[in-house]
Design a protein around this ligand. Structure first.
Ligand code: GTP
Ligand code: MG
Length: 197
């Protein structure tokens, strides 16, 4: 599948303010700074589409981008950014979980994990919550350009081992780098397969 057109549509503070449209949506979630917005830009061949930053906490709303006038990519705020007040953390948590649980148009959630790090509790808790809530999701490792191929593979295997402790069947996993544009065809092909079924 090729992305011929990608346009920003709307930023929403809650699920109730999201676009009034029934087209399928694919959303990106993960810790602050993991590379959600960068990945959307890489997929869309447009570095300025979603706002990115070297400082965590850039994306603070639910952002809808319409692709080929047919489906949406959704950029969500990150979780787990320490430098926030309790009120802010609660507000973002409600925004993210409200969207994930209530948005019927959400077809699949991509959970991004920085390939350089060992499994972190905050991600594992989030992934387990998705399982308990029956939300379909896929794991996307980001920033793989920052490691050698051998180290990247070893970290993916280590992650699988941790997940196997709680999951009978492992979620699908894709390794990417927005910097080097790795994993683009695989991710778009994956979305295309879901769209066609
Ligand atoms: P929040 O919106 O704050 O939750 O962050 P985010 O997950 O949207 O991350 P963002 O895309 O803004 O990227 C964070 C930082 O990581 C930026 O400095 C990016 O340039 C960098 N980054 C993202 N993806 C990659 C990648 O694949 N490789 C490298 N080397 N850097 C990356
Ligand atoms: Mg962002």
């Amino acid at each position: 599948m090729e992305i011929k057109k990608a346009e920003f549509v709307h930023s929403a503070p809650t699920v109730y303010n999201c676009p009034n449209d029934i087209k399928p949506e694919y959303a990106f979630i993960g810790r602050s700074n993991v590379g959600k917005s960068s990945l959307i830009n890489m997929l869309c061949n447009n570095k300025k589409l979603a706002k990115t930053s070297a400082t965590p906490g850039k994306t603070l709303l639910i952002n809808h981008f319409i692709i080929n006038n047919e489906w949406y990519l959704v950029d969500l705020p990150g979780y787990g950014f320490a430098k926030r007040s309790k009120t802010e953390i609660k507000k973002l948590d409600q925004m993210i979980k409200g969207y994930i649980l209530q948005r019927e148009q959400l077809v699949n959630l991509f959970v991004l994990l920085d390939i350089r790090h060992e499994a972190q509790n905050i991600d594992l808790e989030f992934i387990n919550w998705l399982g308990e809530s029956n939300v379909p999701f896929t794991i996307v490792f980001t920033k793989s350009d920052k490691l050698s191929l051998a180290k990247a593979n070893a970290n993916v295997e280590a992650y699988k081992k941790v997940l196997k402790e709680t999951w009978e069947e492992l979620p699908f996993m894709i390794v990417t780098s927005s910097e080097k544009r790795w994993g683009r065809d695989e991710l778009l092909g994956y979305i295309s397969d879901i769209n066609d079924n």
